[in-house]
Design a protein around this ligand. Structure first.
Ligand code: OAD
Ligand code: ZN
Length: 272
């Protein structure tokens, strides 16, 4: 059951022949750049290259829990730009939804906090938000949930919200996963799923943050892993059945949809 051609056509063939029907998808910030959201590590356009105004000791400090404890303001200065709502899903997001509609999507693991997968129509129970999301907020000390409307106000006003619990006064933050924090338990409960997959598609991520970066490694050797990304990352390409589709992910996804005979359907789904 090996992949004869390490090409987009070879992958499409697998799906068309029904030999790939448990697909795991792994995504990162690169699938949302064409929606207008910068990624983190692209040299000039990435978020980390554009944080001079925050005077951070190192760029990733803005999402570091120890740094946040002492200095939460940089995060709240930036939060408005990260807050979901004003962006539209890309055709790559719609492609994930199309996989779901065709009954092929086993699970989507995303590092993104922009909620665009959900907005594109992928149902909640298919999505593992490995780095959390802005959907909930709580105190970093006593863990008490914090009201949504007050969080929106804080983000709008670039002010730092504090826990309302008597005598706590701890810092409140959206439940996005910072460096130094645990990933949600559902990540660990599902991280072995790639073992059961018969196709893996990795898109728009530098695979540079653990433990997410270890996910493609859970695929068995006989599971083709397709990387649709600007650059080669995470050792994908080293296994015999790995397929590299380097370049813009919207373009790569259109190519794959074309090879599957799904392009019109995809464009229509995206235009909805
Ligand atoms: P990165 O910024 O590290 O990587 C984005 C990847 O997508 C890079 O390999 C880019 O070359 C590629 N890329 C960008 N635009 C693209 C496009 N239009 N088409 C194809 N590829 C494109 O983002 P992530 O891998 O998501 O965590 O970063 C992982 C984590 O690091 C984030 O979840 C965030 C960050 O710190 C936390 O904040 C906890
Ligand atoms: Zn508290």
């Amino acid at each position: 059951r090996t992949l004869k051609a390490r090409t987009v056509d070879g992958v499409a063939q697998l799906i068309k022949e029904g030999r790939a029907k448990k697909v795991v998808v792994m995504t990162g910030a690169g699938i949302s750049t064409s929606a207008g959201i910068p990624d983190f590590r692209s040299p000039d356009t990435g978020l980390y290259a554009n944080l001079q105004r925050l005077n951070l000791p190192f760029a990733e400090a803005v999402f570091d829990i120890s740094y946040f404890r002492n200095n939460p303001l940089p995060f709240y200065t930036l939060a408005q730009e990260l807050f979901p709502g004003k962006y539209r899903p890309t055709i790559t997001h719609s492609f994930i939804n199309l996989l779901h509609q065709k009954g092929l999507l086993m699970k989507l693991f995303t590092q993104n906090i922009d909620c665009l997968e959900r907005e594109a129509g992928v149902p909640d129970d298919k999505i593992i938000e490995a780095h959390g999301s802005f959907a909930r907020q709580s105190c970093i000390e006593c863990r008490k949930p914090y009201p949504r409307d007050l969080m929106e106000k804080a983000i709008r006003e670039k002010s730092v919200p504090r826990c309302l619990e008597d005598g706590c006064g701890g810092l409140v933050k959206p439940e996005i996963v910072f460096f130094g924090e645990q990933l949600p338990s559902e990540f660990f409960a599902n991280r072995h799923l790639p073992e059961e997959a018969d196709l893996c598609i990795v898109m728009g991520t530098s695979l540079s943050v653990q433990p997410f970066a270890s996910l493609p490694g859970f695929c068995t050797d006989s599971t083709p892993r397709v990387l649709i990304n600007q650059e080669q990352v995470g050792g994908i390409g080293l296994r015999p059945d790995d397929v590299l589709v380097l370049g813009d992910c919207d373009e790569g996804v259109r190519k794959l949809a074309g090879a599957l005979g799904w392009l019109d359907e995809l464009e229509a789904l995206w235009a909805k």
